[in-house]
Design a protein around this ligand. Structure first.
Ligand SMILES: [Zn+2]
Ligand SMILES: [Zn+2]
Length: 174
């Protein structure tokens, strides 16, 4: 969905989107619909700048970094940016990232057109948690035998030849 700047009325444009064709289904598993609200506003006196505010909500299934099991994650991202037509030297359509709601980031565009789905896909990836855990106290998999330690001790650490320091090193990693 591409919206040229000149099609944004002076009073602004609010879009309620449930269309999910842009969602990267190959890379992320979702459960249920994608809900997005996008608000576009012209900046008075500026033809080359548009302010964007958005909200993106989708229920995902992520993979836990420790136990490799999938778990539900309700993503709700609030974001805003100033979209500006600017000099692009690397040839990319969008050179900057959107960022979280606290900071107004400037996104350089090659042309005065808002590519809504492209921005939503960017925002989705930026809003994913860096550390993905099914729960804070997830014990993960045994590095030796691969057993899911959430389901009980596998006995590896007590087996002959394994140093008690290996247990400490493993705890430190967590
Ligand atoms: Zn886990
Ligand atoms: Zn084990």
């Amino acid at each position: 969905m591409r919206i040229p700047f000149e099609q944004i009325p002076a009073e602004g444009l609010e879009l309620e989107l449930t269309e999910a064709g842009w969602f990267p289904e190959q890379e992320l598993a979702r459960q249920g619909p994608v809900r997005a609200t996008i608000n576009l506003a012209r900046e008075p006196g500026r033809l080359d700048r548009v302010r964007l505010r958005g909200l993106l909500e989708v229920d995902l299934r992520l993979i836990c970094d420790r136990c490799l099991d999938s778990y539900p994650y309700a993503l709700a991202a609030d974001f805003q940016a100033s979209l500006e037509v600017g000099a692009i030297d690397d040839g990319a359509a969008v050179s900057d990232h959107l960022c979280s709601a606290e900071v107004m980031e400037t996104v350089s565009l090659a042309e005065p057109v808002v590519d809504v789905f492209d921005l939503l896909a960017q925002q989705l990836f930026l809003s994913l948690p860096l550390k993905r855990l099914c729960r804070e106290e997830c014990r993960g998999l045994c590095p030796r035998c691969g057993a899911d330690l959430n389901e009980g001790e596998c006995g590896c650490f007590r087996s002959p030849g394994s140093s008690p320091f290996a247990v400490l090193a493993d705890l430190k990693k967590r």
